[in-house]
Design a protein around this ligand. Structure first.
Ligand code: HEM
Length: 427
């Protein structure tokens, strides 16, 4: 039985299900009922929604795994995220033909591996472990500041969820604290590109993407500085990186830097803010975590990533005609991998529609799988573990103080504002 009353997803023809329009994500959240129906009736489904070029929606874990592990047949370069066509300017098409960024997520082997190697040593379990004490302190300071304010009303997303992962990634990159708000703004503009609150005005691609130019100016300054004065930070590693003994071309270098800077905290922020919504909907699970924060926080973290799936989709392009689940995919077709759907796949999980902080095993695809498996997964898990353990230990009371607003985004989605009334215990 569905865990909610049957929605419209079951009352319309299959070919009219819309699992991509960003506005619908703001209005209704992730389309779990539609995915549930697709998993049961047509797991590799051809979609032709208004304003988007058609694509295959892949909704089951086994098929997402098959595609992700075969980057030769399903490339990431080209259409790696599904965006709508812009009136007069076809945003998605120009993004593919002339991408404003060439990052790991839209590169393919062997080039992809060479670029990934430039930074991967900073994100291994051992490297991340060394950051734990600092992360505990950053998180404790955040809760100290809240404790000092007594019972307080604030926006959980911008004042709490965003702050801890943002400070961790900016410290790792050596970006000064005064620039945190700049990084946050650029990140919001990047992931909120389809949301009116964060969107830049304008009809052309250049108008809409001008935040990238602004970010590159900033990255240029910090890169120049680290070439002159290298330090023990990730910016110095990036600034002085070499590929085959040659300096990394500037466009690819800044794209990689940009990716680490924005992906390095926005996704985790969504894990925290969507995680809060999960706990508000399942107070028994928060009570359970509170009963044994240290013992349960590791499984709770993975369950939060499974349940909330901050990165909803990435897309691939078929490089040849190929069959997937009996469907004939043609060369050049887009294949969208809906991780959030795979994470409720009835063939993978017992009781997939239940949120359980002690779920184990939990082989979720929240960090992707295969060639592009999330570079920052260890860091993200540690961020979330430290946050939720301290939250369980120190938050005395929390209730909603206004309506939750969701981001209009079907790529990296989640809440954009959660007004709360909160009281935190002193350390
Ligand atoms: C809860 C938090 C996070 C989630 C849910 C998440 C999710 C993902 C997913 C699904 C992918 C796969 C992309 C694909 O298949 O094309 C990915 C890739 C990536 N993630 Fe994360 N991520 C998180 C946190 C982070 C953090 C903290 C960093 C810090 C640097 C990071 C950096 C990256 C990078 C650089 C890639 C590209 C890897 C590649 O293409 O080789 N992520 N992430």
């Amino acid at each position: 039985m569905p865990d909610a009353p049957l929605s419209n997803a079951y009352r319309i023809p299959l070919n009219q299900l819309d699992v991509i329009t960003a506005r619908l994500y703001a209005e209704n959240g992730y389309p779990h009922d539609a995915w549930r129906r697709l998993r049961a009736e047509d797991p590799v489904h051809w979609c032709e929604p208004p304003q988007y070029r058609p694509f295959w929606a892949v909704t089951k874990a086994a098929h997402i795994t098959e595609v992700s592990k075969n980057p030769g047949l399903f490339r990431s370069a080209g259409r790696f995220i599904l965006f709508p066509e812009m009136e007069g300017g076809a945003l998605s098409q120009t993004l593919e033909e002339n991408p404003p960024l060439r990052m790991l997520v839209n590169m393919d082997p062997p080039e992809h591996r060479d670029y990934r190697k430039l930074v991967s040593a900073w994100f291994t379990p051992r490297a991340v472990q060394r950051l734990e004490a600092r992360l505990e302190e950053i998180t404790a300071e955040l809760f100290d500041e809240l404790a000092a304010r007594g019972e307080v009303e604030c926006d959980f997303v911008s004042e709490i969820a965003a702050r801890q992962p943002l400070r961790m990634i900016t410290e790792l990159l050596g970006i000064p604290r005064e620039q945190e708000d700049f990084v946050l703004r650029i990140t919001n503009e990047n992931f909120g590109i389809e949301d009116e609150e964060f969107q830049r005005e304008g009809d052309t691609r250049e108008d809409r993407l001008s935040f990238i130019t602004e970010a590159f100016t900033f990255l240029n300054e910090i890169t120049e500085d680290r070439r002159r004065n290298p330090r023990d930070d990730l910016s110095s590693v990036l600034a002085n990186a070499k590929l085959d003994g040659q300096p990394v071309p500037q466009f690819e270098l800044f794209s990689l830097y940009f990716l680490v800077m924005v992906a390095g905290h926005d996704t985790t922020r969504n894990g925290i803010s969507s995680g809060l919504l999960a706990f508000l909907d399942h107070p028994d699970q928060l009570e359970k975590l509170r009963g044994d924060p240290s013992g349960l926080v590791a499984t709770a973290t993975d369950e939060i990533v499974r349940w909330t799936t901050p990165v909803n989709h990435f897309s691939r392009t078929a490089t040849a005609d190929v069959e997937l689940d009996g469907k004939q995919i043609r060369k050049g077709d887009s294949v969208a991998l809906f991780y959030a759907s795979a994470n409720r796949d009835e063939d993978v999980y017992d009781d997939p529609h239940a949120f359980r902080v002690d779920r184990n095993p939990n082989p979720h695809l929240g960090f992707g799988i295969g060639e592009h498996f999330c570079l920052g997964a260890h860091l993200a898990r540690m961020d979330l573990r430290v946050f939720w353990r301290q939250f369980a230990q120190r938050v005395e009371s929390l209730e909603l103080a206004g309506p939750v607003e969701l981001l209009a985004a079907s790529f990296v989605g989640g809440p954009k504002h959660i007004p709360v009334r909160i009281r935190v215990r002193p350390r």
